[in-house]
Write a protein that binds this ligand. Structure first.
Ligand SMILES: *Cc1c(COP(=O)(O)O)cnc(C)c1O
Length: 400
């Protein structure tokens, strides 16, 4: 029998670990086990009705054909309006591209910017897809480990130390997945100095911009220091803010020649994002924004409960995140403990133990580049959060 030989790039990357956990939890559930999923990376709310109506209207009015590759003007204008209204950023249509989710935006910009030999600086803990998206271009991800004492935020000195003559770009993700940390205006200003000095490109992944607590102000680094504008790619989308993960709309704002390059790549791969989703995205960005406040208030209640509950567990400490819908507790002091023949050695064995013993799915921190932590998503109901944390508490009590 002939065996197909796969391209070598396939073995350079791994499947998204968060999607693997969700799939594993789903499989156990299908076997009849009552698994509580704290692994999810998406809001548990439904897409608001007025947005769904816009999509229904798009279908009914036959807005179902190809659109321009980089998105319809109506949506680009809605994005331009949003960037002005929320972020004090000013862009023209030729500086905007719409793609099939922010992940696709990151993929396209990486394909358009990075070559073999380039280095892309990624602060750790990082979102699981950054290193792999970079690896697929042939460039090298350079991981900068941040410190828990600094709220997992990269300092200017840490950034400076990672820069070499091959450095091309740095990725900033605030609020962060997985830590929920948010950079302040002052912290971004200090990083901007280093970036400007070395003329690095900044990829600013602002996807959790709207999910932020205690009125902590969100800043994009280019709004903080406008001289960065020619070096910055703003990446955002509607998945997280409007509970629209399945609609697949993300976008970038960047210098025109980069947007044109991304559009060229998109024209030879996916073409335009779904015409129907684009119409829904226009409604999301231009319609009632109060709906976000309702979701964020609910997330904040859960965050407060999850942080205080985890802090009360022996062997766990948990920083309070200012944004996103995850906590990233430190579980290192559980390492070395055992229950029967099950021994906790690292974040992976702890996640496996919690899945088997507590029937709770969490993501091991190693997936985000930090093996001393786990990620718990609270994008699930308060009732399930209470039940799941109680199960974790009981399972941890069995360790000695
Ligand atoms: C969810 C997520 C994305 C991707 O969102 P899309 O659904 O592809 O728009 C990008 N970055 C981070 C940090 C995320 O958590």
């Amino acid at each position: 029998m002939m065996i197909m030989k796969l391209a070598s790039r396939v073995s350079m990357i791994k499947p998204s670990p968060t999607l693997v956990i969700t799939a594993k939890a789903g499989a156990l559930r299908a076997e009849g086990r009552d698994i509580i999923d704290f692994g999810a990376g998406e809001p548990d709310f439904n897409t608001p009705d007025h947005i769904k109506m816009a999509a229904i209207h798009a279908v009914e009015s036959n807005f179902t054909r190809y659109t321009p590759v980089g998105g319809i003007d109506e949506l680009k204008d809605a994005i331009i309006g949003k960037l002005k209204r929320d972020n004090y950023l000013s862009y023209r249509r030729s500086e905007i591209i719409v793609s099939c989710g922010a992940k696709h935006t990151l993929f396209n910009l990486s394909q358009a910017l990075f070559d073999e030999g380039d280095e892309v600086i990624i602060p750790s803990p990082y979102w699981v897809s950054y290193p792999d998206i970079v690896l697929l271009t042939g460039a090298r991800p350079v991981i900068v480990e941040t410190r828990e004492e600094n709220g997992f935020k990269m300092t200017p000195a840490e950034l400076e130390a990672a820069i070499t003559k091959n450095s091309k770009a740095v990725i900033i993700n605030s609020p962060s997945n997985p830590t929920g940390c948010v950079y302040s205006k002052e912290e971004l200003a200090a990083l901007a100095e280093v970036v400007l000095h070395h003329q690095l490109i900044v990829v600013s992944d602002d996807i959790y911009e709207k999910i932020i607590y205690d009125d902590f102000p969100f800043w994009n680094i280019t709004a903080v220091n406008p001289s960065l504008k020619d070096l910055t790619v703003v990446v955002n989308g509607i998945s997280k803010a409007y509970a629209m993960t399945g609609w697949r709309i993300g976008y970038a704002a960047a210098p025109e020649f980069l947007i044109a390059a991304m559009a060229k790549i998109q024209s030879q791969s996916t073409s335009n994002p779904s015409s129907i989703s684009q119409k829904a995205a226009v409604e999301a960005l231009t319609g009632d924004q109060q709906i976000i406040a309702g979701m964020v208030a609910e997330f904040q209640k859960r965050r407060d409960y999850v942080v205080s509950t985890l802090e009360s567990f022996d062997g766990i400490s948990c920083l309070e995140p200012q944004g996103a819908f995850y906590v990233f507790p430190n579980v290192e002091s559980l390492y070395g403990l055992r229950c029967g023949n099950k021994k906790i050695l690292d974040s992976t064995t702890l996640a496996e133990y919690l899945l088997d013993e507590a029937e709770v799915a969490v993501v091991p921190g190693i997936a985000f580049g930090n093996d001393r932590h786990i990620r718990i998503s609270y994008a699930t109901s308060m009732a399930l959060i209470e039940k799941g944390l109680e199960r974790i508490r009981m399972a941890l009590k069995r360790l000695s």
